[in-house]
Ligand binder design. Structure first.
Ligand SMILES: [Zn+2]
Length: 432
């Protein structure tokens, strides 16, 4: 049993001063506002529920600082990404993902949704354990001390009506039923849940969509990130990607549409009315020149908003939340499109990853806490309510995941995460 005292904390109804929480067996058993610290462990600054990173491709971390300044397009970036994907194996992916997930823990992320499609050996051959790569990701998250939702991704085509390409062979199971059989062999654990993903309407043919959508768990899908996807879908099927997914029964409260950038008003209505979630990845969408999605309209239509660091140009949910609001301001010329409380909701959208009990400081919830300092060069003078619009991940002092202190005084349980990342990337770079 551990007691923590927070000078201020975001509770389900908003920001509250003097919050004492009791943690037993990894969950909150008492939460009392207006309390004195007494003998509880004092956390600094403002304490948030654990952050959920709803969209990750762990290996893209290897592209950071190497692909942002050389021009090109989304599609030329993708070529660089395929080269990196081609170097991964279960052993080096464990090293890389463990370091990336440790970086996430430092940033207050207590659960990550890994949109996982690098399934097989580079030539498409199955590993002896057909889920060797997924199991490596699960082990990586466990060792980094965060929870994982493995969104096992169906990826069957190189584009609408196109064969899979050479570098995409390792992503494909060849057939949606073979994909489903492999995914059925993945087993959840206390810190791992299994979800499914439709890579996109580019990579999953129309006839296969319903099979993936029938998966019993969270379902994610890349949706309308680029106008070219919409054009190809309209040409092939005479409807937008959103409409195609709706017709296949793939929308609904278990589904999260990732990006949702280039939507028609009818698409927004389809997503909102079905309570399909929308995961925006604002720093990635900016880096790849995708565009600014209609986040406020989606939220107003009924879509819960979540956030992801996607390609990990930065791993910082505070920056993602700020970029979400800033994108809205730039797009509309209006401030305050999302309130601080709504931004906290987007940063802590664990339900999108199949953990509806997480993401709040409340009795019965997993005991996740993120303490953001109010005395750093960035945050000195901030009000507790607005610190999320000024702080960065560097200002995070303590991170508790399911009652375990994974980060203390800004240091992760595995030690120097920069060194871990550098060492892992050197191993991946040397492969092949
Ligand atoms: Zn993605």
């Amino acid at each position: 049993m551990t007691d923590y005292w927070c000078p201020s904390a975001w509770l389900p109804d908003g920001l509250v001063s003097g919050v004492r929480v009791r943690v037993e067996n990894g969950v909150f058993t008492e939460v009392s506002a207006g309390s004195e610290p007494g003998d509880a462990t004092r956390l600094p600054g403002v304490v948030f529920p654990g952050f959920a990173n709803a969209h990750s491709h762990a290996f893209h971390r290897g592209l950071r600082g190497r692909t942002h300044g050389d021009g090109g397009t989304f599609w030329t970036w993708r070529t660089r990404m395929y080269d990196l994907a081609g170097r991964l194996d279960p052993d080096n992916y464990l090293l890389l993902a463990r370091a990336v997930y440790a970086e996430m823990a430092l940033a207050g992320i207590t659960c990550v949704g890994e949109f996982h499609y690098v399934h097989h050996a580079p030539d498409g051959t199955r590993y002896r354990d057909p889920n060797a790569m997924g199991h490596a990701l699960a082990q990586a998250a466990r060792e980094a001390g965060i929870r994982l939702t493995l969104l096992d991704t169906c990826y069957l085509a190189g584009g609408i009506g196109q064969e899979i390409s050479e570098e995409q062979r390792r992503f494909s199971d060849g057939d949606v039923h073979v994909w489903a059989e492999r995914v059925a062999r993945l087993a959840p654990t206390p810190d791992l849940r299994i979800g499914a993903a439709i890579h996109s309407v580019r990579a999953v043919p129309r006839a296969a969509l319903a099979t993936v959508a029938a998966f019993d768990g969270p379902i994610h899908v890349h949706l309308s990130e680029q106008p070219a996807e919409n054009d190809a879908c309209l040409t092939a099927y005479g409807r937008t990607p959103t409409q195609l997914l709706a017709d296949a029964g793939a929308l609904g409260p278990r589904t999260t549409a990732v990006h949702a950038t280039h939507l028609t008003s009818h698409d927004i209505a389809l997503l909102g009315e079905s309570h399909t979630g929308a995961c925006l990845c604002p720093t990635t969408e900016a880096d790849l020149a995708d565009g600014i999605g209609p986040a406020r309209e989606l939220a107003d239509a009924g879509s819960p908003i979540s956030l992801g660091s996607d390609q990990h140009a930065v791993v910082d949910m505070l920056l993602e939340a700020r970029a979400l609001e800033h994108g809205e301001r730039l797009r509309t010329g209006q401030r305050g499109r999302f309130s601080p409380a709504e931004l906290v909701g987007a940063m802590t959208a664990h339900a999108s990853l199949g953990w509806p009990e997480a993401g709040r400081i409340a009795v019965g919830a997993p005991a996740d806490l993120v303490a953001v300092r109010l005395d750093s060069p960035r945050t000195a003078g901030c009000t507790p309510e607005q610190v999320l619009l000024a702080a960065t991940a560097t200002d995070i002092d303590t991170v508790v995941v399911g009652g375990r202190e994974v980060v203390r005084a800004g240091v992760h349980i595995l030690g120097d995460v920069g060194r871990l990342l550098g060492a892992a990337m050197a191993v991946v770079e040397a492969a092949r």
